[in-house]
Design a protein around this ligand. Structure first.
Ligand code: ZN
Length: 272
């Protein structure tokens, strides 16, 4: 796995960075890559460095008492640069009564002088790890392009012994689909309804065959956001409605080593 990248920054005018250096070294000892900006950085400089260094989290340290203005300013600058997904945490000399205000301003967490490097490292690991909702648990279905569902069904039903679960038309894709259950997953036979259908074009170009693999996801918008953030391109920027009122989006094969993956959030949430 790639190392977690942390930017440690000292906004404002205070002139001591022993604490920040100790924290930087401590996080390195926990296997993280730490970029330290040095003293007296402006919030704008810190946000810029965070983006350039492509860090997973920004840690701010302040001893000067200016945290109430400077910490929220860094959050703001990140937001203005479209990088609000980079979480900001803070530490230093922060009176307990300031913490709720800073959290309200978008700082994820404040570490007071009593907390250990272990607390901080563990918090960062949890913060940047994929959440339960971001783990792909199963294949929803495999999409197979066919010229005619009617003509291909006997193979699946009579030869493979699968059961036809249902047929419907998906208007957004100009296709007719048939679902055949196989264990926890399905085959989705896709027949073009006219020559504007992407399936029509696919068959023209490559002939009948496997068209896409659909991954079952819990929260498609969250997944799209986080994948996009990591440089994955989508064919459709916004999720759309697929078969069975599911919500779907296609990852561009360029981003997936040549495979067309569909993200599929089934209607009604967890049905399995
Ligand atoms: Zn599909």
């Amino acid at each position: 796995m790639a190392k977690i990248r942390v930017l440690i920054a000292k906004p404002g005018l205070d002139g001591h960075d022993r604490g920040a250096l100790v924290i930087s070294q401590g996080l390195r000892d926990h296997g993280m890559e730490v970029v330290y900006t040095g003293l007296r950085q402006s919030p704008a400089q810190i946000a810029k460095a965070a983006i350039q260094e492509d860090v997973d989290v920004v840690g701010l340290s302040s001893l000067s008492g200016a945290h109430r203005t400077l910490f929220p300013k860094v959050v703001e600058e990140l937001k203005a640069a479209n990088a609000s997904d980079i979480p900001v945490i803070g530490g230093g000399v922060i009176p307990a009564e300031d913490i709720p205000f800073l959290v309200e301003q978008g700082v994820k967490k404040i570490f007071t002088s009593g907390s250990s490097i272990e607390d901080l490292a563990n918090y960062i690991i949890d913060l940047v790890s994929p959440t339960e909702k971001e783990i792909t648990k199963k294949i929803s279905h495999i999409g197979i392009a066919v010229k005619s569902i009617e003509q291909s069904l006997p193979f699946y039903i009579k030869k493979l012994g699968l059961k036809l679960e249902g047929m419907e038309e998906v208007e957004s894709e100009n296709v007719k689909v048939a679902f055949l259950k196989i264990g926890e997953s399905r085959f989705e036979l896709l027949e073009p309804t006219d020559d504007t259908s992407p399936i029509y074009k696919f068959i023209e170009k490559k002939g009948e065959g496997i068209h896409h693999i659909a991954l079952d996801v819990d929260d498609i918008e969250l997944r799209m956001r986080n994948l996009s953030k990591n440089g994955i391109q989508f064919i459709n920027a916004e999720p759309k409605t697929g078969a069975h009122q599911s919500t779907i989006a296609f990852i561009h094969p360029k981003s997936a080593h040549g495979v067309l993956f569909e993200l599929c959030e089934e209607a009604g949430g967890d049905q399995t």
